[in-house]
Design a protein around this ligand. Structure first.
Ligand code: SF4
Ligand code: FES
Length: 237
């Protein structure tokens, strides 16, 4: 054990991590899944969706931003936290216009997969049916459907930090907040390229490549085979 090794506990299980890791990173390495939507490997933590909320020594913290510390007691898979996460996911569904049965992302969508994992089969809040969410299909290779955006900022961070472009930013506040482009106009007027990593990190069907929506048929997609988080739990030791 190196002097940088930090030992702590998640749901009664002893976990070892390295100084500087977040709770989520150490949990992932130990094969313990903490649900998430805005966090993504290779992107800076953003801490906006709060789906990764855990309790650290009895206090709510986001696991994707909170660093590990010696002897902390982390609660993750408790009914209280699962219900908290269900409420967040429920609100994301009714805030936008998410019609999974007609969405090309169905079966590969992290929001849909998380709802299934959390046992959500029907919304408990009234739908808001926002009418001002447009679809921009102006780009020859990519489209964005604002109806499905959950404002996770993955595309913002990936375009800025991985593609070096800043194609995506947020505009507006509160329920008027939405993704906008660096040209302030159509997607086709930006320097977005079909090979940009920003396209691949969207957890939902908001940013998608054209011409390949059903290349893998529904029923044979990632979360049709195993629940979200199963890949992390396969590393449990
Ligand atoms: S377009 Fe996709 S990646 Fe970008 S903020 Fe919306 S949901 Fe997140
Ligand atoms: S995954 Fe941690 S706040 Fe979104």
């Amino acid at each position: 054990m190196s002097e940088n090794t930090i030992t702590f506990e998640i749901d009664g299980v002893e976990v070892q991590g390295t100084a500087g890791q977040t709770i989520m990173q150490a949990a992932d390495a130990a094969g313990i899944y903490i649900p998430r939507l805005c966090a993504f490997d290779g992107l800076l933590p953003y801490g906006s969706c709060r789906v990764c909320t855990v309790k650290v020594n009895g206090r709510f913290q986001s696991a994707c931003t909170q660093p590990i510390a010696a002897d902390i007691i982390v609660e993750n898979d408790t009914e209280e936290l699962l219900e908290f996460r269900r409420n967040l996911v429920d609100m994301l569904f009714v805030e936008g216009n998410h019609f999974c049965m007609f969405c090309e992302k169905s079966g590969n969508c992290e929001l849909q997969a998380l709802a299934y994992r959390l046992g959500i089969t029907a919304p408990k809040y009234p739908y808001m049916f926002p009418a001002d969410r447009n679809v921009d299909a102006s780009h020859p290779a990519v489209f964005i459907d604002h109806n499905r955006c959950i404002l996770c900022a993955r595309c913002v961070r990936a375009s800025r930090d991985l593609d070096g472009k800043n194609v995506f930013q947020f505009v507006g506040r509160g329920h008027e907040k939405r993704i906008a482009f660096n040209s302030r106009a159509r997607l086709v007027d930006t320097d977005l390229d079909a090979s940009d990593k920003a396209i691949d990190v969207c957890p939902v069907g908001a940013i998608l490549r054209k011409h390949e929506g059903y290349a893998t048929p529904v029923g044979k997609r990632q979360y049709d085979h195993a629940p979200i988080g199963a890949d992390i739990e396969a590393n449990k030791h």
